[in-house]
Design a protein around this ligand. Structure first.
Ligand code: T4K
Length: 412
């Protein structure tokens, strides 16, 4: 196992990487295939508004996921807005706070109150027992988030939503290509929403989709996505512009051809991190159940400062100094961001697991642009930092005293 003799933050040595190692680097698919598809688009001179590439992309996604309908969109945030609006969610909707801010914003944007619910610290997803406690007469729905591609407790949430007459929707932004108890994510609840943003393991530049087995919901989402048009000059619904353009579908169709390769590389990288960090007390990489399919898009590590000698944020500073741009997704939780922080200043009292987990989680770089040799170096940095925890803490105190603002202080 590789060891790093020095650390940039302690010894002032050169960073381990001369280039930034990002989380969320886009995965390049087959470039030639993309250009072929894009050329066809120019030949047809049909760029958006349900062109043949978008239609083919939607067919391919529905078949892959095993759902009746895929309605592609310009991004997942708009897809969430469309799905929740078409599902007639209103009043209060229960969501985790430990998610990307878009989950909450998609509701608030429509005047729906996101009610933040705590997570199960073992899964990082909604804790069904806590969900039950957050239901009020104003509650109309639940949005579960399959965080990191690990599915929510779908069974328990489905049971609660049926018993309490609530609509269940899933934010599956992280979970394209993942399964839950053998069934692909996409077919649960009334609808699920995928993100195909550039930073996702499979991307359409920007993009998303609402997938559902409900014919009426799919029809409403389709209408809403295109201003409510039901034909030339005929508007029958309130709508917006949520369409995916042809060029995004071209990217998606070419990416589909490399999907299994993307997943295999992510899996290889995950395994490399797992063995590189094995045996480090207080640094635990989240695990995936061998019985299901995962995309391994996020390499998520939980840092217990008491056990390993360095708090998560100190380790983050060490890594950033080495040009390893790890991220603190989704610190500090939606409830501690505006406008929710002002609306619900005491929400944190009901979110102890969210507060604890979000202060410990670190996301490490992976994807097609990261190889096991680089992962070996990242793991070596972490090992050295923990072995020299006292020196790292000293260096950080000195840098704070000298008021050298570290980039990470302003992050999040
Ligand atoms: N629900 C959940 C649970 C989500 O996680 C998300 C999005 C959504 C809903 C909404 O989906 P979309 O509406 O976006 O389809 C990024 C993504 O922008 C966001 O899509 C994603 N989740 C979130 C987890 O990550 P940021 O604020 O971290 O993005 P940014 O600009 O800092 O980029 C991350 C890193 O990626 C950078 O360090 C550099 C690298 N990068 C990024 C881009 C765009 C590249 O190397 N190349 C690129 O082209 O949110």
């Amino acid at each position: 196992m590789r060891v790093r003799p020095t650390l940039a933050i302690v010894d002032g040595s050169e960073p381990a990487f001369s280039f930034p190692l990002h989380v969320g680097r886009p995965n390049p698919g087959k470039r030639q295939r993309f250009f072929e598809l894009a050329n066809g688009m120019f030949d047809r001179n049909w760029l958006t508004n349900s062109g043949p590439l978008v239609e083919e992309f939607e067919r391919r996604i529905s078949a892959y996921v095993g759902v009746k309908h895929c309605v592609s969109t310009c991004n997942a945030t708009v897809a969430l807005e469309l799905a929740t609006r078409a599902a007639d969610l209103h009043g209060e909707v229960i969501v985790p706070s430990f998610t990307f801010i878009a989950t909450a914003h998609a509701l608030q944007w429509q005047g729906i109150t996101p009610v933040f619910c705590d997570i199960d610290p073992a899964t990082h997803c909604l804790d069904p027992q806590r969900v039950e406690e957050m239901i009020t007469p104003r509650t109309t729905g639940i949005i579960g988030v399959h965080l990191w591609g690990r599915s929510c407790d779908v069974e328990a949430l489905t049971e609660i939503s049926r018993r309490r007459n609530l609509t269940l929707v899933f934010d599956a932004a992280h979970a394209f290509g993942c399964s839950c108890k053998g069934k692909m994510v996409g077919g649960f609840g009334l609808a699920e929403v995928f993100s195909f943003h550039a930073t996702k393991f499979f991307n359409t530049f920007e993009g998303g989709a609402v997938v559902t087995n409900d014919d009426a919901l799919a029809e409403r989402v389709r209408l809403m996505r295109n201003f409510g048009f039901a034909g030339y000059d005929k508007v029958i619904y309130i709508g917006t512009n949520g369409k995916m353009p042809e060029v995004s579908a071209a990217m998606g169709l070419s990416g589909m051809e490399s999907l299994e390769e993307f997943i295999a590389v992510n899996r290889r990288n995950y395994d490399a991190y797992r063995s590189g960090l094995a045996g480090l007390p207080g640094v635990e990489i989240i695990s995936y159940d061998e019985e299901d399919k995962y995309n391994f898009h996020y390499v998520v590590v939980e840092v217990d400062g008491n056990e390993c000698g360095l708090e998560r944020d100190s380790l983050l500073k060490v890594l950033h100094a080495e040009n390893v741009l790890a991220r603190r997704y989704f610190w500090p939780g939606c409830h501690r961001m505006e406008p929710y922080r002002s609306y619900f200043p005491h929400a944190g009292l009901l979110l102890p697991a969210t507060e604890r987990v979000s202060s410990r989680v670190l996301i490490l770089p992976t994807g097609m642009t990261v190889d096991p040799g680089e992962i070996d170096i990242v793991c070596a940095i972490i090992r050295t930092a923990l072995a020299q925890a006292g020196r790292v803490r000293g260096a950080l105190v000195r840098s704070e005293q000298a008021s050298v603002p570290l980039e990470v202080e302003n992050a999040g």
